[in-house]
Design a protein around this ligand. Structure first.
Ligand SMILES: C[S@@+](CC[C@H](N)C(=O)[O-])C[C@H]1O[C@@H](n2cnc3c(N)ncnc32)[C@H](O)[C@@H]1O
Length: 260
């Protein structure tokens, strides 16, 4: 059965972007054995998730939000969750909304199940190889968190509970209804809590059903009830063959909710 979002081949690019730096030395060197010539690690590694989590964490501290519960929409393989968990020991509960069965299965393997997991890996222009990922250190770091999972797309605003922080990175231009996602984040954030939202502005009719819902600045989704507390641009990259990658600039904004 086709996945909601991803083909198995693209999993290699997602896995690499999020978890390459956590592969063992042995697995990394096995990948370069197949390449025509060595490829520098800084072309493969992507600091986006650490950079975003650092900005979210510093904003939580600056606004004295000791976040206990968090909602993430479209986390793919969980690197942002992992970074936020390791940086914020107040976190106890995380709700994840991820419609892709493949991505959610691997999110659970890496973040909650542990063990050794096989992932496809980019080796050269035409070939995919395979790497084994030891998820145990990641799972141990996340073991105090109570996770809830919703495996369906957000097509209409959803009411869940009042979260201290809600996060959605690089999903808006890849979904059917950006407004449904923004409204879900905003309505499920408690007063005094933060929304972290990023976008690469690659609005495409393939995904977005109503272009009236797109914005040239995602800050425009927020009414005066919301105070902007951070605004940054970080590189976001996927390598699709050994010497070819697509690089985007992801715009991350963080807003604090005030009383109506
Ligand atoms: C480009 S990926 C971004 C993944 C990750 N947040 C990151 O920054 O790398 C888009 C993600 O949004 C999810 N997604 C797409 N449409 C969605 C929808 N309508 N509701 C919730 N998630 C959706 C996909 O399954 C995928 O995990």
């Amino acid at each position: 059965m086709d996945d909601y979002y991803i083909k198995d081949r693209e999993l290699a690019a997602y896995f690499e972007a999020q978890w390459f730096d956590k592969l063992s030395w042995h697995d990394k060197s096995a990948l370069s054995d197949f390449a025509a010539a060595p490829v520098a690690e800084n072309f493969i590694q992507l600091p986006f998730f650490q950079q975003s989590a650092e900005l979210i964490t510093s904003s939580l501290r600056a606004h004295a939000v000791a976040a206990e519960n968090l909602l993430e929409i479209g986390p793919s393989l969980g690197r942002t969750c992992y970074e936020l968990i390791t940086a914020n020991n107040s976190l106890k509960k995380i709700t994840v909304i991820e419609p892709s069965q493949i991505l959610l299965k691997h999110f659970k393997n890496i973040i909650t199940s542990g063990g050794q997991h096989e992932f496809p890996a980019i080796t050269n222009f035409r070939q995919l190889g395979q790497v084994t990922f030891d998820a145990n250190p990641v799972t141990r770091a996340c073991s105090n968190i109570d996770f809830s999972f919703i495996e369906s797309p957000i097509d209409a605003p959803l009411s869940l509970e009042a979260f201290d922080v809600t996060v959605c990175l690089n999903v808006l231009d890849q979904c059917g209804s950006p407004l449904a996602i923004v409204e879900t984040l905003q309505r499920n954030t408690r007063c005094g809590g933060l929304v972290a939202l990023s976008c690469t502005y690659q609005w495409d009719k393939k995904h977005v059903k109503d272009f009236m819902q797109t914005r040239s600045d995602i800050s425009d989704y927020f009414s005066p009830r919301w105070e902007k507390v951070a605004d940054a641009n970080f590189e976001y990259r996927f390598r699709t063959n050994e010497r070819y990658a697509s690089t985007f600039l992801s715009h991350l904004v963080i807003f604090k909710k005030h009383d109506a």
